[in-house]
Design a protein around this ligand. Structure first.
Ligand code: MOS
Length: 721
């Protein structure tokens, strides 16, 4: 009765539902009697609402209510904090006062019979503002950066200033030195599916169909906002059309949908426009960085100084692990990191696609490439010479670390040994060809999770956990874990997730779902199986027969699984190496990524097909970060100028050529019972620096600003090396 399910390339169990349109997303919730809500948002970045006239909107056809700060009920907004909320500050309290904190802040919600009527009426609301000076310019405000306040949750030491040895002294004394500044543009998540909430009240009970990566947190937060017991709120989110972090937090529109529904006494649907998703549902923070490296002549790092300053809002301090990897990724006796924030009149940034690591590793790995060039050493060889024996920040061994193997197999697959070190040494007609590489890493996180397994009379099983699946294939991989633990074929297992009434799970983010929920599912299944076997002395009997003979309908087990003390004994991360080939048009400056090879040591691979899908998805995100994605804001008024997919560019099929993901063999007995490290985010880390380094190799032009756009590479901008 054993089925080796883990490790098999099982097709997505929900694939048919998705391609046939049978999978229902938040905005598609089939709730009778719906009314439609549309937000009106602020057009200034800072100030207050001076006057508001909703009379014309209220008189428009089909309008049921126009909610503003003047007539909205006061909401309790009881204290609520979760791991994905900033440690310092307070979430936006929507429609509770006349203050405007950012351009795009919801200031009015219009509810009508149809979405068209609501949209029309929204255009009739007259809002005038008393504008106050707005700080919107990170480059101009770097000198006003602040140290993030204390009060950090345990384990967030990555935010504190860090130093080991004498980094500045070692830098000054180094044989070779690079010291440069790097910029990363603000980016927005831009999943295909917009944010959407359907809210329905049944007396004191509230049901929310919501696009959300953490249904139990959304339940608790909305309960706190309305001052009601969490048991009275249910959040349902069975399918998510991509999220990349934008639905980690529960944004104000969820509150507005619930408020509107209560106000009009009907279920209400609220869907954000693409433009609204650019101002108010998080973003990757615009970030300045400085990396200074010192090394011996033979390429041993003697000093690393890494500083970062990022934008945040005036009402919350969003912080990221931008500098964490710098302290352990490469060996150096002297290291200093310092993280700063500049509060601006913008909405609070949040986590997006490998938050922190994606930004910090970009600057670090570009700097390493600059150092390699400076001392005339191959970039892979430079990294090999600085491979640490342990995590030097904590003095802990790595639970597993396959960087050497990743460099080796990645370089081999890529054909790296044929690289000529001189920039501008390869051409293909009018295309300048360049090869670059970078190291990647992302922490292996895990949080306590619960799951329930039920063995049914027909011999099949149902596995339940709150969880979510934003696209990585959680339904499928959990099916495989349950299948293996129960010894049932995968088609006999049904996974039910995306509902806050199911056993509690952590946020569907930080690449920790398999480590956390997967471990809980495994534990629940093993427990259910053990209980069943109590009914029989014959281990080869089918579940169906055991249950029938025992005269029970079902066996149920719930289990909670969480990390032990391994975090105190090991430094736990996934590692990888990314190799890129770019072609830069010598006349037009356009960059094409011809090939990416990513080699990853990410622990056990539950499903090679899904793993590859995740890896190449991450690479596509990395190409976007490197070459395209840029949220442009008007520094005068905070208006997002690129708030649509025509002006905010993301890679499309025509931008993608050869993507190759390799998972090296890695057995890690320490990280979690499944031995998985998570894949969602590491596959994006390292891509942008590998591309930037390849652009340098192609052109001789070092671009330290993302995205790298054609104007930066026009022939007139070149200096020949
Ligand atoms: Mo991810 S940015 O933790 O959804």
């Amino acid at each position: 009765m054993t089925t080796a399910s883990i490790g098999r390339p099982l097709p997505r169990v929900d694939g048919r539902l998705k391609v046939t349109g049978a999978a229902t997303y938040a905005a598609e919730a089939d709730v009778p009697g719906l009314a439609y809500a549309v937000q009106v948002v602020s057009t200034i970045a800072h100030g207050r609402i001076a006057a508001l006239d909703a009379s014309e909107a209220e008189a428009a056809p089909g309008v049921l209510a126009v909610l503003t700060h003047l007539n909205a009920p006061t909401l309790p907004y009881l204290e609520h904090w979760s791991l994905i909320d900033p440690a310092v500050g307070e979430r936006l309290h929507v429609l509770q006062d006349d203050r405007v904190r950012f351009n795009g802040q919801p200031v009015v919600v219009v509810v009508a019979e149809t979405v068209e009527q609501a949209e029309h009426a929204a255009t009739l609301v007259r809002v005038s503002y008393a504008e106050e000076p707005a700080d919107l310019d990170l480059p101009a405000r770097l000198d006003q950066a602040i140290t993030p306040e204390a009060g950090l949750p345990a384990g967030s030491s990555h935010l504190a200033d860090y130093q080991r040895g004498d980094p500045d002294g070692a830098l000054a004394a180094a044989d070779a030195r690079v010291d440069h500044e790097y910029w990363i543009a603000r980016e927005n998540h831009n999943p295909m599916e917009p944010h959407a909430t359907v809210a329905r009240w049944d007396g004191e009970r509230l049901t929310l169909w919501d696009k959300n990566q953490w249904v139990t947190n959304a339940r608790d937060e909305i309960a706190a906002v309305f001052g009601m017991p969490a048991d009275n709120v249910q959040v349902i989110s069975p399918f998510i059309g991509g999220a990349f972090g934008t639905t980690l937090r529960t944004w104000p529109h969820v509150t507005l949908a619930a408020l509107a529904a209560r106000q009009v006494g009907r279920p209400v649907k609220l869907v954000l426009s693409r433009r609204q998703m650019f101002a108010g549902t998080g973003c990757r923070a615009e970030t300045w960085q400085r990396v200074a490296l010192g090394a011996t002549r033979d390429g041993r790092l003697t000093s690393i100084v890494h500083e970062a300053t990022a934008e945040t809002s005036t009402y919350e301090q969003h912080t990221e692990s931008t500098l964490s990897a710098t302290r352990f990724l490469h060996a150096s006796p002297n290291v200093r990191t310092g993280y700063r924030l500049v509060p601006l009149h913008v909405h609070t940034p949040n986590h997006m696609r490998a938050p922190g690591e994606a930004s910090g590793v970009f600057a670090l790995e570009c700097a390493l490439d600059e150092l390699a060039h400076e001392i005339g050493l191959d970039p892979v060889e430079l990294r090999l010479r600085n491979e640490p024996e342990q995590d030097d920040e904590w003095g802990l061994p790595f639970s597993s670390r396959s960087t050497r193997e990743c460099y080796r197999v990645g370089a081999e697959r890529f054909g790296w040994s044929a690289r000529h070190p001189r920039p501008r040494s390869m051409r293909d007609g009018h295309w300048l060809i360049g090869w670059g590489m970078a190291t990647a890493t992302y922490p292996t996180l895990r949080a306590p999770a619960s799951a329930r397994a039920r063995l049914l009379a027909d011999g099949s099983a149902v596995v339940e956990a709150a969880a979510s699946d934003m696209g990585p294939g959680t339904y499928t991989s959990l099916t495989q874990v349950a299948s293996e633990a129960l010894g049932l074929p995968p088609e006999r297992v049904r996974v039910v997730i995306g509902d806050s009434r199911l056993p509690t799970t952590p946020v569907h983010g930080g690449s920790m779902t398999m480590a956390s929920v997967g471990s809980a599912v495994q534990a629940a299944c093993l427990e259910a199986r053990a209980r069943l076997l109590e009914f029989t002395a014959e281990p080869n009997e089918s579940y169906q027969r055991i249950l029938a003979r025992a005269g029970v309908d079902a066996i149920e087990a719930e289990a909670t699984s969480g990390p032990g003390d391994q975090g105190a004994r090991f430094s736990m991360h996934a590692f990888g190496a990314v190799f890129a080939e770019v072609a830069v048009d010598a006349n037009l400056g356009q960059t094409r990524v011809r090939r990416l090879v990513g080699a990853y040591g990410a622990g056990r691979i539950v499903n090679p097909t899904l793993a590859r899908s995740q890896a190449i998805g991450g690479m596509v995100g990395g190409i976007g970060m490197a070459l395209m994605e840029h949220t442009v804001i008007d520094r005068q008024n905070g208006h997002v100028l690129s708030a649509n997919l025509a002006e905010y560019l993301v890679p499309v099929n025509a931008d993608i050529q050869q993507l190759d993901a390799i998972f090296v063999e890695e057995t890690d007995p320490h990280v979690n019972p499944l031995g998985v490290k998570g894949l969602g985010e590491i596959s994006l880390v390292g891509v942008a620096p590998a591309i930037a380094n390849a652009v340098f190799h192609a052109t001789g032009q070092r671009i330290r600003t993302l995205p790298i756009t054609p104007d930066m590479l026009l022939p007139t901008a070149w200096s020949t090396t």
